[in-house]
Design a protein around this ligand. Structure first.
Ligand code: FUC
Length: 767
């Protein structure tokens, strides 16, 4: 499981990070390695370095996105009446928009430039990211000396570590300097206990956020000197660099007027402490601690889809795998598996307990004005980042999402009150920063989307379903989903016996209307799992709420079939919608109830068929993240071969050299990377092999012919069942299930059904 290359990233400067650099990360820090032999720049990120928020220059009166005045708008009932009698115009909605002053953007932290001062020619170059260890290695030879560099990001030690060494003593020569592209920062050079200390201290000009990085650079043997703000190592046996970074950010809402989102601490102190502590330990100790920590997560799942992976994945480098995709089955399967495991790698590297959740670019970002601010998008992208967590055995990576969503509730309550006139519960709309931004966006085309609260709650409920972690459900998750359910209990509009979301937009597609499939389905799902959570937790105080939700859920009509046999995206589909709107739009919002939802299953055959028609109409191409969704959707209509066609299209058009998913369409940039495509793909592949959303475990529900022989170990079904299986000629050979919860389960494979009572910790051989 290696991404390896026989050449460095295209340039020693950081260009096109999305196409070539190799990412490492420990959840809250990320680095991108270019690995050039002569000189390189190591890009470094820390998750909380954001412009914007309270006190920012861009928005001195930062208001969490809320418009300063009370929206002068019609009530939802009046809006609905205007839509029904044809008098509605978008002017009626202008007061429903938010403001983006002080929204800010995720910033690049700093970089380290390294000049290796080689004179001779470079031969035997190899650059690799080993997905099994989470270590990047660069090796090459100059003048008969083999040089090696290792880079890893340790979660337990909270640092990034880099070591440069050679196979001959005294051969390492190096000049290095730390820098930031901003001018609100100072770099100073000093002494650490056994090495040099580079201190980078800054204060963001925009919002005064303080930030600091510490680099302890320790040479083994040789001489060290400095000139012109550069450190020079000569004739060393090895040089090791310990990198830590911090800001004074604190994710804490203290009220509209008093919030600062600062912890009042000196970031240089915690950064220095971590770097020093790391240096005081042996390199091998740090290295093995990192590998053990990382492997404990990554190593839980192995996938083999019918080729000799050792030969496939390490016998051809990534550029060849991509260039030859479609030429040989062995090559293709190797790349498909590598990409699956890379998704898991990216999630582990950008989302660990006590960090912020993974943003659009995970934690990797090389610029101060990144695409879409490198923010959190709540109408699909953040949800997608967490889709693979449960099924690919990384449930704990969801915990940052739980605490982050919890932190948004106070401003989300203000949003609910201000824009929907709802005084119970919370909501948020399309996008957000790390400073509690929950308001609608600035344009009706994309900005209004309150059912995103229900959508994100589904990730949290899934965390519970995969782990059965009742404490986290009771103390963390239930209050969040109850708040979202209370919002919708109050926000829905009565229309005869129907309950409708008003106003309502299908994400980024079509008119302002009422009761889009997206809203109605997500609210249906929200009520469904809130009711289940009340039962699981036996919350007598909420039994009345449960009854109310049960009643309302019945009146939502979440999925209806339209003139073409499709699932309707809009309740009253305009007669000319087929010409007017984008049939192949990237958002497939009307199928949220198929995946990741539970509304459309084998138990609703007519809807399942309509979902298939809808997918047919949406086509087999799209931007990266949309392809990830489509793979999972095709898996849910049991069409493995079509899911595989989408995989091929994704790999051909939306995957960069470093396997980052690309947003390969539209503004602002053709090749911006977003890790949602990687994580959507990873979830989609898992969904082809195992499903568990409909009350039973469905084995190999959408196996494509080209994956006719293979095995997977360690996938998880809801209820906490670990699945190990082998198949050949598209037929299941062995199936073992380990129960981590002791719950009963029903297993289905084709026509075969087995109901099993299980004991916690026991393994069951089913086939
Ligand atoms: C959603 C998508 C766009 C893009 C953006 C970050 O709104 O519609 O394609 O991925 O998020």
């Amino acid at each position: 499981m290696k991404l390896w290359y026989d050449s460095p990233a295209s340039h020693c400067d950081i260009l096109n990070a999305e196409t070539a650099l190799l990412p490492i990360g420990n959840g809250f820090m990320g680095a991108l390695v270019s690995g050039h032999a002569h000189c390189e720049k190591l890009q470094i990120n820390e998750e909380s370095l954001w412009s914007g928020g309270p006190g920012s220059r861009q928005g001195s009166a930062y208001s969490f996105g809320h418009a300063p005045d009370s929206p002068d708008v019609l009530s939802p009932e009046q809006l609905l009446a205007s839509m029904k009698d044809g008098s509605y115009t978008d002017d009626l909605m202008q007061g429903m928009l938010g403001v983006t002053n002080g929204y800010g953007a995720y910033q690049s932290f700093c970089s380290l430039s390294l000049d290796y001062r080689h004179c001779g020619n470079v031969t035997g170059y190899r650059r690799e990211l080993n997905l099994e260890t989470g270590v990047v290695t660069i090796c090459y030879e100059v003048d008969g000396i083999c040089f090696t560099r290792e880079y890893f990001a340790s979660y337990p030690a909270g640092v990034i570590v880099m070591k440069i060494f050679a196979d001959k003593p005294g051969a390492v020569n190096l000049t290095l300097a730390a820098q930031s592209a901003r001018n609100d920062v100072q770099v100073t050079y000093g002494e650490a206990q056994n090495g040099a200390l580079i201190s980078l201290d800054g204060k963001l000009a925009d919002n005064g956020m303080r930030y600091a990085a510490r680099f302890i650079v320790a040479g083994d043997g040789g001489n060290r000197s400095s000139y012109d703000d550069k450190l020079v190592f000569e004739n060393a046996d090895a040089v090791t660099i310990y990198i830590s970074a911090a800001t004074d950010y604190k994710n804490e809402f203290l009220g509209l007027e008093t919030s600062t989102y600062r912890n009042g601490l000196e970031p240089g102190l915690s950064a220095a402490e971590r770097a020093k502590k790391a240096q005081s330990r042996s390199y091998t100790g740090l290295y093995s601690e990192h590998v053990a920590d990382y492997r404990a997560l990554f190593g839980r799942v192995t996938l083999d889809i019918g080729e000799n992976l050792d030969e496939g994945a390490s016998g051809a480098h990534v550029n060849e795998l991509i260039a030859n995709y479609g030429v040989s089955p062995q090559n293709d399967r190797a790349l498909e598996v590598l990409l699956f495991q890379y998704g898991r790698y990216l999630l582990i590297s950008s989302s660990r307990p006590c960090t912020l959740p993974a943003n659009l670019q995970g934690k990797w970002n090389v610029e101060d004005e990144p695409p879409w601010s490198s923010d959190y998008h709540y109408n699909i992208n953040l949800q997608m980042n967490y889709w693979p967590a449960g099924v690919t055995n990384l449930s704990e990576c969801t915990l940052p999402l739980v605490s982050f969503i919890k932190s948004l509730i106070p401003s989300g309550e203000i949003t609910a009150q201000k824009y929907n006139g709802v005084s119970e519960g919370w909501t948020f709309h399309t996008s957000g920063n790390i400073f509690g931004f929950t308001a609608p966006g600035t344009s009706l085309e994309w900005g209004w989307s309150p059912a995103n609260n229900a959508f994100i709650c589904q990730n949290l409920w899934d965390y519970f379903l995969f782990t059965h972690d009742v404490d986290t459900l009771r103390n963390q998750i239930y209050p969040i989903i109850k708040g979202a359910a209370l919002f919708w209990k109050n926000a829905l509009v009565e229309d005869g016996n129907n309950l409708l979301a008003v106003p309502s937009l299908s994400p980024e597609h079509g008119p302002v209307t009422y009761a889009t499939a997206y809203d109605q389905q997500l609210v249906w799902e929200l009520f469904d799992f809130t009711i289940k959570a009340i039962d699981v937790l036996d919350l007598a105080d909420d039994f009345k709420l449960k009854e109310e939700l049960e009643d309302k859920q019945k009146r939502l009509s979440p999925a209806e079939i339209g003139a073409f046999g499709q699932i309707m995206e809009w309740r009253d589909e305009p007669s000319d919608f087929d010409d007017k709107y984008d049939k192949e739009h990237r958002h497939i919002s009307q199928l949220a109830g198929l995946y990741p939802g539970t509304i459309i299953t084998k138990k609703t055959p007519a809807l399942l068929e309509a979902a298939r028609v809808t997918l047919e109409r949406r086509g087999d191409g799209a931007t990266g993240w949309s392809m990830g969704w489509k793979i999972a959707l095709r898996a849910r209509v049991y069409d493995g071969n079509r899911a595989h066609l989408l995989i091929q299209n994704l790999i051909r058009y939306n995957i960069a050299q470093n396997l980052f998913g690309l947003h390969a369409m539209g503004p602002p940039r053709n090749s911006a990377f977003q890790i949602d495509a990687n994580l959507g793909y990873c979830a989609g592949v898992a969904e082809m092999l195992l499903q568990s959303h409909a009350g039973y475990i469905d084995i190999l529900p959408a196996l494509p012919d080209v994956w006719h022989t293979g095995s997977v170990k360690g996938l998880v079904a809801r209820g906490g069942f670990i699945i190990d299986m082998n198949w050949s000629n598209c037929k299941l050979d062995t199936l073992e299930i380990t129960s981590t919860t002791g719950l009963p389960c029903t297993i289905k494979y084709g026509d075969y059904t087995n109901k099993l009572d299980t004991v916690k910790g026991k393994k069951y051989v089913i086939f």
